[in-house]
Design a protein around this ligand. Structure first.
Ligand code: TEU
Length: 566
């Protein structure tokens, strides 16, 4: 990798570089499991998941084979955005337990070889954080400059910027005659990263968590910290990488951590900075280019469009190639903000099991660190909730209100929510077929998906054909064969309307992944098919049908082959 005019250019890897890459970092063949704590396991009957509940499920997670847990925020919070509005970064919210429960989770995690990754929300705090309560007192308060303020007149906003959850991005504080800036809800004022004192407080807080033995951090909307509201810049602000490099130098580089930045504004160029193998920023970033491929271009995620499958192949292939040898991908279909992948791009009816496995194989064969979102390993589906009264998410509720006021039809709004609401991912984890899916003995904070009697962990953990067992084997394979970490990516069947296929190659091994993304049969066409058969694909590592037909892929069929070349 060489730098030329500030850009990182990757071509063929130089021999030295290749050797370098082969000195694996622990997180390169790791698999991370994301837990949304309020929906995972309730140990008290409060209806809300908690840390003790997670501790009780470590055996389950060890069986799945994962290396780390990314915990969505559990710090003290008024819960306006389910914990993404933090009022004390150094304490645990009583909803989830205590600081000593967290220490126990870290220690017990170690016993199970599972590291704990905390979610750092550094772009904004809660408006109930003591910093903000002080900041609001007066313009000369030492904390005032921890936030982003503009003088003004009530009713005349500094500009027309909108917040992500609807409404203006400015909130009036009459006592000060000023507006504060918030990219998310009014209860999530943006922190002012221009202020070195604020940055130092943040670093000290991170070092404090590192001292407690956490295994890494996921950094919420990190590409939005260097905002320039006067220029209407939210993500990728001019000082972004300067801030991130300082943050990394002052904190992460003092430990052996996994760090992943959430960056909706990531592209393949800046991702090479974010995930530079020299460790100057993060281990990797979450990029979202593939996530927007089923909405009307230029509109909101609620404006639904069928998935552009060819584009999906193009985008994932582009990321695989661009970061090869000079960065690192994170691999995910799901998280707590996204609909369930089996409902979204698979088939949650007749082919639920096949399509859940196919999507897993497709993702886990790629180069990068895979993330499994709780319940994905069971093939959990979208919530399907018909009544707005059952929704809890601030983004969904605000959108419903705004679109009704704007004259949208209720039926269309509800269709958008059923497809894309964040609550789809947030229904309680389905542990067994007892009441409330074994998640709680109380009343769950969000309704359990009624399909829990068919889809639950208890029925899958010991079934060799289950979605769970398929994921478990994929996690194992990543550790067995170096090609999963090192192999160079090549897309096959690029123009095929149904097949997503690729190879990963090292001098010693070739991994071939063949997937049918749709519910019809897909012929393995003569031209590319022959090429594949001639060379021989090697050993079948994993598949989701009982037998193999060399000429075609059946609905949602997935096969992964490994050939040793030396
Ligand atoms: O999400 C960032 C973000 O931009 C989301 O709000 C996203 O646009 C939306 O969910 C898509 O529907 C992060 C967290 O993952 C999310 O849960 C938080 O609400 C948000 O930041 C604010 O902290």
């Amino acid at each position: 990798m060489v730098r030329s005019h500030g850009k990182i250019v990757c071509g063929h890897m130089a021999a030295g570089k290749e050797a370098d890459m082969r000195q694996k970092k622990w997180w390169q063949n790791a698999v991370v499991y994301q837990i949304y704590p309020r929906s995972f396991c309730d140990s008290t009957g409060s209806g809300m998941g908690d840390l003790k509940g997670i501790i009780g499920k470590l055996d389950y997670l060890e069986k799945l084979g994962i290396d780390a847990i990314w915990l969505s925020p559990v710090c003290r919070s008024p819960q306006d955005d389910n914990g993404y509005d933090i009022s004390d970064y150094r304490d645990i919210d009583p909803l989830f337990g205590t600081l000593s429960d967290m220490e126990e989770l870290i220690a017990e995690g170690k016993m199970h070889s599972i590291r704990i990754i905390l979610d750092l929300v550094l772009n904004h705090s809660s408006d109930e954080h003591p910093w903000f309560l002080e900041a609001k007192k007066s313009k000369d308060n030492p904390y005032h400059d921890y936030y982003v303020w503009r003088d003004g007149v009530e009713g005349e906003y500094p500009n027309d910027m909108r917040a992500c959850f609807g409404g203006p991005a400015w909130e009036w504080v009459p006592e000060l005659g000023q507006y504060y800036f918030h990219q998310f809800s009014v209860k999530q004022p943006d922190l002012n990263w221009e202020n070195p004192k604020l940055r130092r407080e943040i670093y000290d807080m991170i070092l404090w968590w590192m001292d407690k033995g956490v295994g890494g951090f996921r950094l919420d909307v990190i590409d939005q910290i260097a905002k320039e509201p006067d220029l209407k810049i939210t993500n990728n602000g001019p000082r972004l990488h300067e801030f991130i490099q300082e943050l990394s130098r002052e904190t992460f580089q003092k430990g052996d951590l996994i760090t992943v930045g959430e960056a909706w504004g990531a592209n393949t160029e800046n991702a090479k900075l974010y995930s530079n193998p020299d460790g100057s920023e993060f281990s990797m970033v979450f990029q979202f280019e593939h996530i927007g491929l089923d909405q009307i271009p230029g509109k909101e995620k609620w404006d639904l469009a069928p998935l552009d499958f060819r584009k999906l192949k193009e985008v994932l292939a582009k990321w695989q190639k661009a970061l090869y040898g000079c960065g690192w991908n994170s691999l995910f279909w799901n998280n707590h903000d996204l609909p369930r992948i089996v409902s979204r791009w698979g088939n949650d009816g007749k082919y639920r099991v096949e399509s859940a496995k196919m999507l897993a194989a497709l993702l886990h064969g790629l180069q990068g660190t895979p993330y499994i979102y709780q319940g994905e390993e069971l093939g959990m589906t979208n919530a399907g909730m018909e009544d707005i009264a059952d929704y809890r998410d601030i983004e969904s509720l605000n959108m419903h209100k705004e679109r009704l006021e704007a004259g949208y039809r209720e039926a269309d709004i509800m269709a958008s929510l059923r497809a894309k609401s964040r609550d789809n991912a947030r229904t309680p984890m389905q542990w067994d077929d007892s009441e409330n899916a074994g998640f709680t003995t109380g009343t769950p904070w969000l309704k359990v998906n009624p399909n829990y009697k068919q889809i639950n962990a208890a029925s899958q953990v010991n079934d060799p054909d289950s979605v769970f067992s398929f994921y478990r084997r994929l996690v194992e394979l990543r550790k067995e064969y170096d090609v999963f970490v090192d192999g160079a990516f090549e897309l096959l069947y690029a123009d095929d309307p149904d097949i997503f296929a690729y190879t990963r190659t090292t001098p010693e091994e070739t991994l071939t992944v063949l997937c049918n993304f749709h519910d019809g049969e897909a012929a393995l066409s003569e031209k590319s098919g022959e090429k594949i058969r001639e060379s021989g694909l090697g050993e079948l590592l994993i598949s989701n049908y009982k037998d193999v037909d060399e000429t075609k892929l059946r609905p949602y069929e997935a096969r992964m082959y490994l050939k040793k070349t030396v």
